[in-house]
Write a protein that binds this ligand. Structure first.
Ligand code: ZN
Length: 80
């Protein structure tokens, strides 16, 4: 029983079963998700540039919306 990502024995680590892939170490699978830019079920590499920019805007808007109210005035005026 080998890890599908690193080909080492899956028993040596923390083996999990990944749907559509097979047996893998938990840590190898997490690394794989980051490599593929997968968040939940969304693969960021499959987005075109416009979609990625739109997602980026949405993330920024959501982050801003979660800021404490008293910093709201600064949100759109400053750039990092
Ligand atoms: Zn592995």
């Amino acid at each position: 029983m080998k890890c599908e990502f690193c080909s080492q024995s899956a028993l040596a680590g923390n083996p999990i079963t990944v749907a559509g892939i097979g047996i893998a170490h938990q840590s190898c699978y997490e690394r794989h998700l980051i490599d593929q830019r997968i968040f939940r079920s969304l693969n960021l590499r499959q987005l075109n540039a416009a979609e990625l920019n739109e997602l980026n805007d949405l993330v920024q808007i959501e982050l801003n919306a979660r800021q404490p109210v008293r910093t709201e005035i600064e949100l759109w005026g400053t750039s990092e």
